[in-house]
Design a protein around this ligand. Structure first.
Ligand code: PRT
Ligand code: ZN
Length: 300
């Protein structure tokens, strides 16, 4: 049993849009855990890492207060909290250590299709409904727009039809919600994705090494997501063209083929997806017996 003080606590969303991908990320980093009866903590069995399952809005505060060492949260929630902490005089409550490339969305204005506001120029004097009052206020201040922010905790998109606001500023992913509420998407004020945050304060030395290992594994997981291992046979004369055709390929391994004259086997890791078009072009360049395999793990 590893002593309690040396255990790393990672906060992730308990149930919502980021939950599955966040758990999957930790599992792909090798973490096996058992969930306690209260379901709020997953205890790591094979690593000194415990997972706290909480509301996403609580995650920045848990990291700021050092209840958790790491947390996974959307940039939108993080930025809203950062502005709040800033107003309270807390300068660096947390540090963004990795963008995680999921949970992508953006915070954008939504203008009623038949309303008078069509762009930022017509915002002065209007009411803006949003769940992100600080981000919107900050945007208005930086752009010297005098408009009123009306805070909504949910269902922001119906505020204009209820007569509670003239426009909205809300998260958009596909745009379907805006369209269903007869709102036209306007300017984006924040691009968001899930990010890993860490406390900026020094952690116990016993934790430092495991945090570093976890970050390295996360890098590995992110890298292999799109990576492919490509194998083929090819004439030596085609090697330069093959290297040009393969996207994001590291230095290929070239292996002589017994008794096949100038033909060699080429093995290469591509850091991007390999499409049919690429394989067809490789074949045209002289390659044969092409094989594309997914990469399971990678440690640079
Ligand atoms: O209970 P808890 O507080 O933990 O969850 P929550 O309800 O606050 O958050 P949740 O699970 O809805 O979202 C978690 C995070 O996912 C957000 O903070 C964002 O970082 C990210 N995310 C990604 C989104 C969306 N895409 C998204 N589309 N969060 C919300 N939406 C909503 C948006 O508010 C709007 O109502 O989906 C609607 C728009 O979607 P489209 O596809 O119609 O454009
Ligand atoms: Zn929330």
């Amino acid at each position: 049993m590893i002593e309690q003080a040396a255990r790393i606590k990672v906060a992730i969303q308990k149930s919502g849009r980021l939950t599955d991908r966040s758990l999957e990320l930790l599992e792909r980093c090798g973490l096996k855990y058992t969930r306690g009866r209260d379901q709020l903590i997953g205890y790591g069995e094979n690593m000194p890492v415990d997972v706290l399952l909480v509301r996403d809005d609580d995650i920045p505060g848990l990291v700021r207060d050092d209840v958790c060492d790491l947390g996974v949260v959307g940039m939108n929630v993080l930025e809203e909290r950062r502005l709040q902490f800033q107003a309270e005089g807390v300068s660096e409550p947390f540090r963004v250590v990795r963008p995680l490339d999921y949970g992508r969305c953006h915070l954008a204005f939504g203008y009623p299709e038949d309303g008078p506001v069509r762009s930022l120029a017509e915002l002065p004097g209007r009411r803006i409904a949003t769940s992100y009052p600080r981000i919107v206020q900050d945007f208005l201040r930086r752009n010297a727009i005098a408009a009123q922010v009306v805070e909504f905790s949910g269902a922001v998109e119906i505020a204009p039809s209820l007569g509670r606001a003239d426009v909205i500023c809300d998260l958009v992913s596909t745009g379907a919600t805006l369209a269903a509420n007869r709102l036209r998407e306007g300017e984006t004020i924040l691009d968001s994705q899930a990010v890993l945050i860490q406390t900026p304060r020094e952690v116990a030395p016993a934790k430092t090494e495991w945090i570093a290992r976890l970050l390295q594994r996360i890098d590995g997981v992110m890298q292999v997501r799109e990576s492919k291992y490509v194998m083929m046979n090819a004439p030596v004369s085609a090697l330069a063209e093959i290297a040009r055709l393969l996207p994001g390929a590291d230095a290929p391994t070239v292996i002589p083929l017994e008794g096949r004259g100038d033909k060699v086997a080429v093995h290469v890791v591509c850091r991007e997806n390999v499409f049919w078009e690429t394989l067809e072009n490789l074949k045209k360049a002289g390659a044969s017996s092409l094989l594309v395999l997914p990469v399971e793990k990678m440690l640079p």
